[in-house]
Design a protein around this ligand. Structure first.
Ligand code: NAP
Length: 341
């Protein structure tokens, strides 16, 4: 069993880490850390618990620590806000810890892998070029995770030239307390700070190719427009795609259905079907489908051909599970399995 610490353990993503790491077959939670406001309190007193399961017994009486690199653990899962994550994660890496981060701070660093295991697990080899005592692996922005998981089978089967994506993003994506209720109830906000910029660059790194010690970014054209909508959990994406080769409906659905790249690794948190195609015209929907695959599957539907090389579809990703904690945890599981081979 490897001991793991959660930084930002009281936040919305931190709570998902607690949920998925409790009773985990590889990892045991040895420390929970958050801001100075929470440090010194029992976890159950410090956290504003938002999940519809009780706080797991193994953590509820644990004392919350400061995010300082003197914590007893083998691996660190970070759910810190991006504006403070950078220097704190750096201090852990300098002290020799291996960090799996959700934050944006290091995602585009040249020697830092930005990984969704089903899509670009080979990018973990970038870790060899990190010269620090510890290592850092990042996962993408929540909407980007849903997008690249749906696009990877399309890229492999038909090539990608152009992507236009419009998102409808849940309020939990803004953390807690997040967006004020008076701003979001009965409303749609057509702007999420820094989100479109992330969605227009992260997919090019993830779907790029590892060339020696560098990632050669993918060259497709990508545009994104991001909206906040009054949904609790689950980001929806309307995606317009232009491919290099001709497509037809049957082949697109087959590419989604056949996409099972991790099955041989038997990772505990990996869903059996990373991309689930739902043929019903009214699918996917956040309320009905965000928890498929234990929240780790991306659901797709509404596949409509526009011309022989263009089509559109809708994708749904659970933002705090697959779009955050679940992806970081899967990175940790893959790292652990691969280094023990
Ligand atoms: P959140 O609910 O606001 O939680 C933030 C956490 O960070 C809390 O545990 C908080 O502790 C801690 N924290 C705040 N300031 C700190 C400081 N100065 N020092 C140490 N700890 C501090 O945010 P979240 O939604 O969980 O997001 C966490 C990270 O994941 C962010 O980088 C976010 O961009 C990323 N992410 C989020 C989502 C999502 O859907 N929410 C998806 C993908 C990625 P206290 O409780 O003590 O204040």
């Amino acid at each position: 069993m490897k001991k793991v610490a959660i930084l930002g353990a009281t936040g919305l993503v931190g709570q998902r880490f607690v949920q998925f790491l409790s009773g985990h077959p590889f990892f045991k939670i040895s420390a929970l850390a958050a801001s100075d406001n929470s440090a010194g309190k029992k976890y159950s007193q410090a956290v504003q618990w938002h999940l519809n399961i009780p706080i797991p017994d193994e953590v509820s009486q644990m004392e919350v620590q400061r995010c300082e690199p003197n914590i007893e653990c083998d691996y660190v899962f970070s759910a810190l806000p991006s504006d403070i994550a950078g220097p704190i994660e750096d201090s852990f890496v300098r002290a020799g810890y291996t960090v799996f981060s959700n934050a944006a701070s290091h995602r585009l660093d040249q020697d830092v892998p930005l990984v969704v295991p089903e899509v670009n697990l080979d990018h973990l080899r970038l870790l060899d070029s990190q010269k620090t005592p510890g290592k850092i692996v990042t996962n993408p922005n929540c909407s980007t995770i849903g997008l690249v998981m749906a696009l990877k089978p399309i890229l492999d089967s038909f090539g990608l030239e152009r992507i236009h994506v419009v998102t409808m993003q849940a309020i939990s994506g803004a953390g807690y307390p997040g967006v004020a209720s008076l701003d979001i109830l009965d409303n749609v906000i057509p702007y999420i700070k820094n989100e479109e910029e992330k969605m227009m660059v992260e997919p090019k790194k993830i779907l790029g190719t590892l060339n020696g010690e560098q990632i050669k970014y993918a060259t497709f054209d990508i545009q994104a427009q991001c909206n906040r909508v009054p949904v609790q959990d689950g980001h929806m994406l309307s995606v317009f795609v232009e491919t290099s080769q001709r497509v037809d409906l049957e082949k697109i659905v087959k590419a989604f259905d056949d996409f099972r790249p991790l099955n041989k690794l038997s990772l505990p948190t990996a869903p059996e079907r990373p991309v689930i195609y739902l043929p019903d015209q009214r699918s996917p929907q956040p309320k009905l489908h965000r928890d498929l695959g234990n929240g780790m599957s991306v659901t797709v539907g509404r596949v409509v051909l526009i011309s022989e090389k263009r089509f559109r579809f809708v994708a749904l990703v659970h933002n705090t599970i697959r779009g955050a904690a679940g992806c970081a945890l899967l990175n940790g599981e893959a790292y652990e399995v691969l280094r023990n081979r």
